[in-house]
Design a protein around this ligand. Sequence first.
Ligand code: CP
Ligand code: NVA
Length: 302
Amino acid sequence: MKHLLKMADLSPQEILDTLNLADQLKYELKIGTPHPLLAGKTLGMIFQKASTRTRVSFEVGMYQLGGSALFLSANDLQIGRGEPIEDTARVLSRYLDGIMIRTFAQQDVEDLAKYGSIPIINGLTDYAHPCQVLADLMTIREHKDTLKGLKFCFVGDGNNMANSLIVGCIKTGMEVAIACPDAYRPDADIMEWAGKNGKFMCTPNVLEAASDADVVCTDVWASMGQEGEARLRREAFMSYQVNDQTMAAAKPDAMVLHCLPAHREEEITASVFEAHANEIFDEAENRLHAQKAVLVQLMGKK
Ligand code: CP
Ligand code: NVA
């Protein structure tokens, strides 16, 4: 693994290696064993969108690994005034040991990797959110002991989360069912890949997708950058909610995931959210451990 740009870049074995290392780092942290595997290394974190989990977990993760992290708001960088990505990539490669970037266009992340000479990590684009999906897979495995053979259901917008979950879940041997309105399906390349590579369905019928699911997952109806469409989306997604009916269709012991932030009574009811809060906040915690594993693999001694 040279970069983490999207889930498609990882082989099934690389995903499992990352999850195993994440489990180990989580255990070491719990028992108080220091692991300064990135001593002296610096991660730059470019943010063009807001963040709570991604920013804090990467920054704390670098600190726990003995390195440091720089928060770089795109508004304060020259990128915000039009300096090209290819120049930014070459300059930052001279100072830093790795870059995590949260932005809009996936192409910007791909270009950073193309023109830079250090590892690049996608901290969310409109197309993908691979760091979140590694944490999600880690959390499912923690709660269910396995990934292979489980049925994963996603209800809602065919967005960055849906795109990355589809690839991550199929690569780890899960069956994937997406429930979304026809106009909000996951990206065409993902749909095509999933149709060819896994047990996959995408349906407008929530109960069909949730039927016998081991994991039920959702995300906001309007993602960052889509605030202007919020009202339109609320109408389109009105019936795409994780609620008691959805959970009744799933297996009795089904778990619930939400990458957060959550909008109660929109994509998920407050009661389902609270009934599964331990799983959802384990998922949030695991961002830290999963990302530390990614950082060590990309920036540690080879
Ligand atoms: N789930 C997630 O990426 O959260 P933030 O937007 O707070 O980073
Ligand atoms: N789909 C959401 C995920 C937030 C972590 C967004 O892009 O805003």
